[in-house]
Ligand binder design. Structure first.
Ligand code: SAH
Ligand code: SF4
Length: 344
C-alpha cells in the first residue's frame, strides 16, 4: 500500500469512474477496464493501446496490487496449492485444479475461520480477518495468470479458508467483479449454514450457486462437529433452503464430510436423503482429510464405507459425487499448507 488506489477488486464501472479525471477520451475507461478485467493485466505498462503519458499518469495514481505468491506446491494430481501473502503479513491459501480444458479455483474468503468446526484445520487455527474484494479477486487473478496452457472454462468455488457468508460486505463486490469474467453459473459459495448470509444471497438480484456444508443428518450430531449449528439450527437452515430461489436447472449442493464411525452409517445416508427430500440437490461426499495434529481422533472411513454411503444416497435418488481431496501428497488440503509454513 503506497497511497495509490488499487484497481484490483473494482468492477468495470468503478474503474471507468475512478480514472475518468485522468483520461483524455471517454473510451479510455472501457479500454483500461478491458485490460484489467478481461485481460488480467498486471501493470499499466502493458496497456499498449494507451498513450505512454496516460500509462505513466495512471501508474502514479493507481496500482494493480495483488497478493504475493509466497509458495506454489504442485501435487501429482495436477492441482496447485498457493500460499499467498498480503501486505499486512497475513497469509492465506488458494487452490487451482485442472481437468482438461477446465480449471477450478478454490478461493479463500477469510484468513482463518471463527466458526470452529472440529474437523477443519482452518477452524482449528481460529478467526482471521475478512478478506477485502481486491484480496478475493487477487487470488483469481494470480492463479489465472499462472495457468500454463489455455483453459476454456474456469469455475470458482469459495471452499478455501473462511466462511464467505460471514464476510458478505466484501464478498458482494468481489462477486460483481468476478462475474464480469466468470458466469455466476460457475461460481459457488459454500457455507456452514450462516442463515443471515443465506438470506442475503437469496435476496441478490443475480446470485452464484449455493453449497451448504451439512456434514451430519441431525441437529445433535451436527452441533457436535459444527458449533454454528447451535446458533442456526438445522430445522431453520432446511426451511431457508427450501425457500431459496433457484434459477432454472440449478440445484443446491450439499457437502458431507464423512468421518469414520461418526456419520458414515448406511442409516445416515437414508436420514440425509430424507432431510433434503424435495430440494433440487446434489451431494458431494468428502471423505475426511485427516490431520493428526489438530484432530487426531477423527479418521477417514474405509473406501468401502464411503462407497456404501454414496450408494445409499444414490438409491434414494440423489446425484452424488465422491470428492477425494486433491493434493493430499503435499499436505495441500484445506488449510494445511499454511500450517507448515511460518507466516511473517
Ligand atoms: N466455511 C465454508 C467454506 C469453506 S470449508 C464451509 O464450511 O462450507 C469448504 C469445505 O471443506 C466444507 O464443505 C467443509 O466441510 C470441508 N472441509 C473442512 N475440513 C475438511 C477436512 N478435514 N476434510 C474434508 N473436508 C473438509
Ligand atoms: Fe470455517 Fe468452513 Fe472450516 Fe467450518 S468447515 S471451520 S465454517 S472453513
Amino acid at each position: 500500500m503506497d497511497g495509490r488506489t488499487n484497481l484490483v477488486g473494482r468492477n468495470s464501472v468503478e474503474i471507468t469512474e475512478l480514472i475518468a479525471p485522468h483520461v483524455d477520451r471517454d473510451f479510455r475507461g472501457r479500454q483500461v477496464a478491458q485490460w484489467i478485467v478481461d485481460r488480467n493485466a498486471s501493470s499499466f505498462g502493458v496497456m499498449t493501446n494507451l498513450p505512454l503519458a496516460l500509462r505513466r499518469d495512471l501508474d502514479t495514481h493507481f496500482s494493480l496490487e495483488e497478493p504475493e505468491v509466497l509458495q506454489v506446491v504442485e501435487s501429482s494430481d495436477g492441482s496447485c496449492k498457493y500460499l499467498l501473502g498480503f501486505s499486512d503479513g497475513v497469509g492465506i491459501e488458494s487452490v487451482s485444479m485442472r481437468e482438461g480444458a477446465k480449471a477450478t479455483f478454490c478461493l479463500s474468503s477469510q484468513a482463518g475461520c471463527a466458526v470452529g468446526c472440529t474437523f477443519c484445520v482452518t477452524g482449528a487455527v481460529g478467526a482471521g480477518r475478512n478478506l477485502r474484494p481486491e484480496e478475493i479477486v487477487g487470488q483469481y487473478r494470480v492463479m489465472l495468470r499462472r495457468l500454463d496452457t489455455e483453459v476454456e472454462r474456469v469455475n470458482i468455488v469459495f471452499m478455501g479458508m473462511g466462511e464467505p457468508l460471514l464476510n458478505t460486505g466484501n464478498l458482494g463486490p468481489a462477486l460483481t467483479v468476478l462475474s464480469e469474467r466468470v458466469s455466476l453459473k460457475r461460481i459457488t459459495v459454500s457455507t456452514a449454514g450462516v442463515l443471515p448470509g443465506v438470506r442475503w444471497l437469496a435476496g441478490l438480484e443475480k446470485r452464484p450457486k449455493l453449497a451448504v456444508s451439512l456434514n451430519a443428518p441431525d441437529q445433535e450430531r451436527r452441533t457436535k462437529i459444527m458449533p454454528i449449528a447451535r446458533r442456526y439450527p438445522l430445522v431453520d437452515l432446511m426451511k431457508a433452503l427450501r425457500e431459496f430461489p433457484l434459477e432454472r436447472g440449478r440445484r443446491i449442493t450439499f457437502e458431507y464430510v464423512l468421518i469414520d464411525g461418526f456419520n458414515d452409517a448406511e442409516k445416515d445416508a437414508r436420514l440425509t436423503a430424507r432431510l433434503i427430500r424435495g430440494i433440487p440437490a446434489k451431494v458431494n461426499v468428502i471423505p475426511l482429510n485427516e490431520d493428526r495434529e489438530h484432530f487426531p481422533d477423527l479418521r477417514r472411513p474405509a473406501a468401502a464405507v464411503v462407497d456404501r454411503f454414496a450408494a445409499g444416497l444414490r438409491d434414494a435418488g440423489l446425484t452424488v459425487t465422491v470428492r477425494w481431496s486433491k493434493g493430499e501428497d503435499v499436505a495441500a488440503a484445506c488449510g494445511q499448507l499454511r500450517q507448515r509454513q511460518p507466516i511473517r
